[in-house]
Design a protein around this ligand. Structure first.
Ligand code: NAD
Length: 498
């Protein structure tokens, strides 16, 4: 059994956690709290404040003050801002075990994934954006028309930080997705109020503590804990928020988009997915393809936005590929996240397990064949077997709707046209993977797939320098890379006439 770090033991001993506003912990205006539950054993790890409108107001006011013209943060050189972000990256690395253990306790995921994806991913993102503070640039422009009276001119654009940013994040990668928003927003010179998911709020508070230790001025990075209906809604509707950057379900994204528009607040929406994995009859390697497709859906218990939850397999190799993937799934060991031999941990919550199980029932009712799994494990904790269906009917609910659990459906296809028609026949368009050794075929698929991210011969992995985002109802805008930092700037066009 892994021993909790001293830092984490001390943090958890507090039991009741407040908001992090203006560089310190501040109690909530109300008494309502949310219990944070360990999905591996259903025990309460701690309680966080359920942020009320007044708490949100306080956090936004602190962020607004920190963004004022001539504030410490605004006066700071890009180089110094970058140094703080770099120090934060180093601190995340120094405390990566504490962060990883915290994420595993509140989310349930395997510790090795918390280490690499959450702690490691967040450190990489802060380190990457530390380098961007000094590279934000406008352009010089030759205007299309001459100046009146034959005068000369000098026209250019500047990129300025947009202002106070509200970052609202889900529970599936609580620290790394927070970093995808907080790091570029701070790199651009904005200030931030982060609202973590009610399922996984504790790791966000640890991140805020480390930000202060890294030298972040007060009020630059604030965390308000709470739910969506009260806390998230108040944050989205706040008139002093200049941009809401949201990652979560398409359902919530639509609500956020409408609310933000009341104040003409900018939004970027990273939403749900129902991503296809397309296996042609000429994969590079059958074993590696089966492992890759299985990793693409079962990693993090399928609770991954880019999870390849529909596998389209060319008819000639359908039985073989499906059998290979099933063998991989059936060998997976299900256990708690601190068990170093586990391949699959619990799902995040009782409610989410029930939702995923109800999709499994819908799949059976609509006539999909259950190839493997499908059972929840009746112990303490929210465990579910990796589940595989097979169906020729692309319109079934389990093929059209995001399940966000370890559930894969295999669908046969005839040729490239058939694969494209079926893969693109979805409201979502986040990601896709293609498995073939034929580069011309892969390029043709890349050109025509309606997806924001396409990987060939690999499950989708994120990288700080590779933009991520969706077509269709999978979102608006892109995160990460250069576009990720420009998300948090606004353009000023200038023309000097002389
Ligand atoms: P969710 O939409 O239920 O919640 C996400 C966040 O929004 C939480 O912090 C929640 O408290 C908040 N929220 C809920 N209602 C709100 C409201 N009315 N106003 C303001 N905030 C509100 O999503 P979830 O269950 O936490 O996460 C899973 C979803 O996230 C999946 O659909 C998944 O595909 C998506 N996701 C997308 C990406 C991506 O990059 N596109 C990445 C990870 C997860």
């Amino acid at each position: 059994m892994v021993e909790l770090t001293d830092k984490l033991t001390k943090f958890l001993a507090k039991k009741n956690h407040n908001h992090f506003i203006n560089g310190i912990y501040q109690p909530s205006i109300g008494d309502d709290q949310i219990a944070v539950i360990n999905p591996a054993n259903e025990e309460i790890i701690g309680k966080v404040a359920l942020g009320q409108k007044e708490d949100v107001d306080r956090a936004v006011a602190a962020a607004k003050k920190a963004f004022q013209y001539n504030s410490l943060w605004r006066r700071m050189s890009p180089d110094d801002r970058g140094k703080i972000l770099y120090s934060l990256a180093e601190l995340i690395t120094d405390h990566s075990e504490t962060i990883a253990q915290m994420v595993t306790l509140e989310n349930g995921k395997l510790l090795k994934d918390s280490r690499s994806s959450d702690a490691g991913g967040a450190a990489n993102t802060f380190r990457y954006y530390a380098g961007w503070t000094t590279k934000i640039e406008g352009e010089t422009l030759d205007l299309s028309q001459p100046q009146k009276g034959g005068k000369q001119n000098f026209a250019f654009t500047r990129r300025e930080p947009i202002g106070v940013v509200a970052a609202i994040v889900p529970w599936n990668f609580p620290v790394s997705i927070a970093a995808w928003k907080v790091a570029p927003a701070l790199a651009a010179g904005c200030t931030v109020v982060l609202k973590p998911s009610e399922e996984t709020p504790l790791s966000a508070l640890l991140l805020a503590e480390l930000a202060m230790e890294a030298g972040m001025p007060e009020g630059v990075f604030n965390v308000v804990t709470g739910d969506g209906r009260t806390t998230g809604a108040a944050l989205t509707a706040h008139p002093d928020i200049k941009k809401v950057t949201f990652t979560g379900s398409t359902y919530t994204g639509k609500i956020i988009g409408k609310t933000a528009m009341e104040n003409v607040t900018g939004v970027s929406l990273e939403l749900g997915g129902k991503s296809p994995a397309i296996v042609f009859d000429d994969p590079v390697d059958f074993g590696a393809t089966a492992n890759g497709v299985a990793a693409g859906i079962f990693r993090n218990q399928g609770q991954v936005c880019v999870a390849g939850s529909r596998v389209y397999i060319q008819k000639k190799v359908f039985d073989k590929v499906l059998t290979d993937i099933t063998h991989v799934a059936e060998k997976m060991k299900i256990s708690h996240g601190f068990d170093g031999t586990a391949d699959l941990g619990p799902l995040v919550s009782k409610g989410h397990l029930a939702k995923v199980c109800s999709y499994i029932e819908t799949g059976k009712r609509e006539g999909a064949s259950l190839v493997s799994g499908g059972q929840s494990i009746k112990n303490k904790g929210y465990y579910l077997q990796p589940t595989i269906f097979s169906s020729p009917d692309n319109q079934q609910t389990i093929i059209q709707e995001e399940i966000f659990g370890p559930v894969l459906t295999a669908i046969p296809f005839d040729d490239m046209e058939d694969a494209l028609q079926k893969a693109n026949d979805s409201k979502m368009g986040l990601a896709a993977t293609v498995w073939t050794k034929n580069i011309s075929k892969a390029m043709a698929m890349i050109n025509r797939l309606e997806a924001g991210v396409v990987y060939v011969n690999s499950p989708v992995r994120s990288d700080p320098n590779l933009p991520l985002g969706g077509y269709k109802q999978s979102g608006i805008g892109r995160e990460l890379g250069k576009v990720g930092v420009y998300n948090y700037t606004t353009l000023k066009s200038v023309n000097i006439v002389f």
